[in-house]
Design a protein around this ligand. Sequence first.
Ligand SMILES: *Cc1c(COP(=O)(O)O)cnc(C)c1O
Length: 226
Amino acid sequence: MHDVVTALTSVRARIGELERRYRREPGSVGLLAVSKTKPPAAVRAAIAAGQQAFGENHLQDAMTKVEALAGQGVSWHFIGAVQSNKTRPIATHFDWVHSIEREKIASRLSAQRPTDQRPLDVCIEVNVSGEESKSGVQPAEVETLARLICELPALRLRGLMAIPRPAADFESQRIPFRLLREILDDLNSKGLELDTLSMGMTGDLEAAIAEGATMVRVGTAIFGPR
Ligand SMILES: *Cc1c(COP(=O)(O)O)cnc(C)c1O
């Protein structure tokens, strides 16, 4: 069986090494363990090894784990496309949504967030790869959506997320991540207070950390191939 504990230890060590290499503050790059398609036992192994934040992209698959692991102090992050008929369970059972692309979805999540829970942390997903990618908001439209989200009482806008088109070499991988960071810096210079750059996966972790990722979303390197 795939050894989640060993893999998690080596991913953490790698993140620490990359923080040093790119002069990032120690501990400034958070690790979201992407457990999509994996069974509750895999998540349990990661929890036992001290992992606390998990990413899921499919509601039904996630709910099996959310229910099996209730009370374990886990934070659940929704990282997939949000359909409008799924906003209520997402608003109820998740702590974060990284993939906000439309005002309508944001409004529904805010309206449906249970009042006894803290505001839902959210990121706007940005299309940083141009025409080849269909998901995410165009860079020129991010500010408008960001300002609308800031008006929603039960959401807290934390930052931006991107899934760039895969690129083979390191310098090409850096370009879309740099763009995402520049968009975040621009919003902050206009008075927003955003602290999260959700970027970098197993294949482009280093480029994302070099460009300022504050949360990397890692699946394969922790849980093995899907
Ligand atoms: C699956 C997924 C990941 C993790 O990808 P790996 O290549 O397995 O590390 C990260 N982010 C999102 C949005 C995903 O859907």
